[in-house]
Design a binder for this molecule. Sequence first.
Ligand SMILES: Cc1cc2nc3c(=O)[nH]c(=O)nc-3n(C[C@H](O)[C@H](O)[C@H](O)COP(=O)(O)O)c2cc1C
Length: 348
Amino acid sequence: MGVFYKNFVKPLIFRLDPEKAHEVAVDALSLLSHMPFVPKLMANLNQLGNDYAPVEICGIDFPNRVGLAAGFDKNAVCWPAFEALGFGHVEIGTVTLLAQPGNPKPRMFRYPEHQAILNRMGFNNDGAEAVAQRLSRTLSKMDRRIPLGVNIGKSKAAPLDEAVEDYKGSFQLLADFADYVVINVSSPNTPDLRKLQEETRLRELLSTLVSLNLERDQQPGQSRKPIFLKVAPDLSLEQLDAIIATLLELNLDGIIATNTTMAREGPFENIDEPGGISGKPVDAMSTEIIAHAAKTTSGNLPIIGVGGITDPDSAKRKIDAGASLVQIYSGMIFEGPFLGKRIAKALV
Ligand SMILES: Cc1cc2nc3c(=O)[nH]c(=O)nc-3n(C[C@H](O)[C@H](O)[C@H](O)COP(=O)(O)O)c2cc1C
């Protein structure tokens, strides 16, 4: 399958502008998601099956260790297709409270020679209300085996001082539909977002969301959801230690490491295109963050490892560093939609 993608599909897709290619892929996968029988049939062929023990993290059963990272299905329109392709979970979003168009185009660039993507999308999405309605419709009709993560971020229009209220609104609208919720404070393309990784602001944000989450246990038909924090690869180890201390103090459920990097190293030194880089250049950085987080918490804080996974070996390095699950995005652009299944098999 990988050979077919590389020889026939990829040359066609790579002729298109990267964002256009992404839209075509999302449309095709959305079509697949809505077909009768076909997704279930494909899932039966591509999921690993009951001979492979599922992985349990935070009380959730994941049929395998490989998920789709946030940013591919921002609006929750095609995520069921990923179960059909053999993925073990999907994270939709980032969703913001307010619908927003994102940054001006072009805002996504490929660097195939470095297996890298640069993007400055800026959280283009339909907004929490619309995504909640879409999820409500899809989930009521679906019999699914893979967990769904919902990744939320700050609306561009919300000033930093109103960020807590903004995240709160998204959490209230979307938590019902999520198996786990991700608080994204690490995308480089929303001004000031990464400031929410600083200790005081982070504690204020997370403690509010944790209280809100605990209140869910008192509401009929609701329950608390595991909450993960998604961090940047550009943190110093001291900054990471401070974040981990806050997560442990507030009993957060886990960490997702990492988002895209702002660093411009090696072949990217002279590229002054603004945005976050993903794919190969972020691989070692994110593995280092995972290893440090696993060591500091003695393996007691679940970690989802993401950044630069392009093959089974790069995924194994993240698992060896301490990740329980991994996610992919850029690797799939270069290697094709069955990369998730290939890695999941290799990780058993
Ligand atoms: C085009 C693009 C859009 C992205 N959008 C989001 C997003 O909305 N929210 C988020 O948390 N991460 C987003 N990411 C980051 C990915 O989820 C992932 O953390 C990062 O790309 C590193 O993984 P990779 O090297 O496998 O791509 C995006 C990445 C790309 C390439």
